[in-house]
Design a protein around this ligand. Structure first.
Ligand SMILES: [Cu+2]
Length: 154
């Protein structure tokens, strides 16, 4: 009957609509820069809403969220060293005060957008391994010009 022939078309339209809606919501979340980037390549933690404690790793007992304010100028960050404990969730509140900069830590897939002066972006990642990791600005040759520092995870 007619309704039977229409069903697949309706289903396809609904699926496309859901996909578009999902993409739109995802884009909206990314735009204001207040939603942390998901560390989706690390440990398969793809569920953005679940708490870190549901991951099941019981190696650290005092995990907490550490908020770090860091400011960028031409051509340096206002902090040369950030020290946290293994397992901490690190929330970077990155404010660009001058020029055009970003904040990157390759080892944790942590990266802000490249911001203009006056813009701020907050990112979060879990410091799930110990060591010393360099953070830097990936714009132009800024890293070589001294826009870098060390994240120390103890
Ligand atoms: Cu820079």
């Amino acid at each position: 009957m007619d309704s039977e022939k229409k069903f697949p078309v309706v289903a396809v339209v609904v699926i496309i609509a859901i996909a578009l809606l999902g993409w739109w919501i995802f884009s909206q979340n990314q735009e204001p820069g207040v939603t942390p980037n998901l560390p989706d390549s690390q440990n398969g933690t793809e569920n953005s809403t679940s708490s870190p404690s549901s991951g099941g790793t019981a190696t650290t007992t005092d995990s907490k969220t550490v908020t770090v304010d860091i400011k960028a100028n031409n051509f340096s960050f206002d902090k040369r060293t950030i020290t946290v404990n293994e397992g901490d969730t690190v929330r970077i509140v990155f404010s660009n005060e001058q020029g055009f900069h970003d904040f990157v830590i390759d080892e944790f897939d942590a990266r802000t957008k490249q911001l203009n002066a006056g813009q701020t972006e907050t990112i979060e990642f879990v410091a799930d391994k110990t060591g010393t990791f360099e953070y830097y600005c990936s714009v132009g040759t800024h890293r070589a010009m001294g826009m870098k520092g060390n994240l120390i995870v103890e």
